[in-house]
Design a protein around this ligand. Sequence first.
Ligand SMILES: Cc1cc2nc3c(=O)[nH]c(=O)nc-3n(C[C@H](O)[C@H](O)[C@H](O)COP(=O)(O)OP(=O)(O)OC[C@H]3O[C@@H](n4cnc5c(N)ncnc54)[C@H](O)[C@@H]3O)c2cc1C
Length: 304
Amino acid sequence: MLSRALVLKVAEWPAFKNWIKHSRMTRGLVERFIAGEDLETAIRVTQNLNQQGFAVALDYLGEDTTRPEDAENAARQYILLLEKIAETGVNACISIKLTQLGLDLGYDLCKANLECVLKTARDLGNFVWIDMESSKHTDGILSLFCEMFPRYPNTGTVLQTYLYRTPRDMERLLELGARIRLVKGAYAEPLSVAYRSKREVDRQFWILMEELLRRGKEPAIATHDRRLIRHAKEYAQQIGLAKNQFEFQLLYGISRDLQKQLVAEGYRTLIYVPYGEQWYPYFSRRLAERPANLYFVLKSLFRG
Ligand SMILES: Cc1cc2nc3c(=O)[nH]c(=O)nc-3n(C[C@H](O)[C@H](O)[C@H](O)COP(=O)(O)OP(=O)(O)OC[C@H]3O[C@@H](n4cnc5c(N)ncnc54)[C@H](O)[C@@H]3O)c2cc1C
């Protein structure tokens, strides 16, 4: 079985990256996961998903920004996006990455950019999810989030069940009263900080999901794992949580049958929709989650 770390390493090879970006043979797979490269397409996709009964979180792709002007530009793009959401009336919030807003360039620089986005969202009555990134950023993301939350309660963040530290972080966020999106985690992490085996990651998900459903504010259960979703439904019913008091969240293009089934059953369901030109890192994490995706790419490479 190919490890996540190995796939992410292969994805970094310049020749591989270049081929994926420009090959017609992989375009179908890229389009499955990425809504498009521009805002208009993202809004069209959102309208379509809204018509099918889904809420949407829009992610203007980008991360690990290395120049202050790019971080500022990303914040500006998010402000434009929030305005476009308000203007078109689509049912969408936004999901952002703090390294895109300059976290690696300095806490204060990132905070200034983040605050512009949060303020616009608050003024427009919208909501901002702050994505969780690799473990070297966890402290920075949580510190900024906890500092902003009292002034901007229209924001929530993400916890990853592969990290050993997550039970403590969850306790802190539950006490704060913030919305939490629970995910397994998508980065290549060392064994010193994270579980590797699916069994252990799922076990921690199971336990923390129950805790979140019991105590969380509008808990967001973000997985395509049918066993965990089945348990979330059963557990919510057991503790008397109505179908609209928590939310299932799934990624655009993944397990579409499951997405439709959740809506048909009356569950509040949100689709995370990424768009933009900087799609490669997001796409490589989707490859690493499922070896079949990588095999498909490699087969196209050798056929082509
Ligand atoms: C709404 C949302 C937001 C997220 N935000 C973050 C975040 O901020 N930070 C972060 O680290 N991670 C984030 N993730 C990603 C998450 O950490 C997992 O990497 C991802 O969801 C895959 O894990 P899984 O829970 O679906 O379980 P898995 O056990 O990996 O998968 C369960 C099943 O889902 C299907 N599946 C899963 N992934 C794929 C794929 N790539 N291609 C095709 N089928 C697939 C397969 O059928 C698989 O058997 C987010 C996920 C979601 C749904």
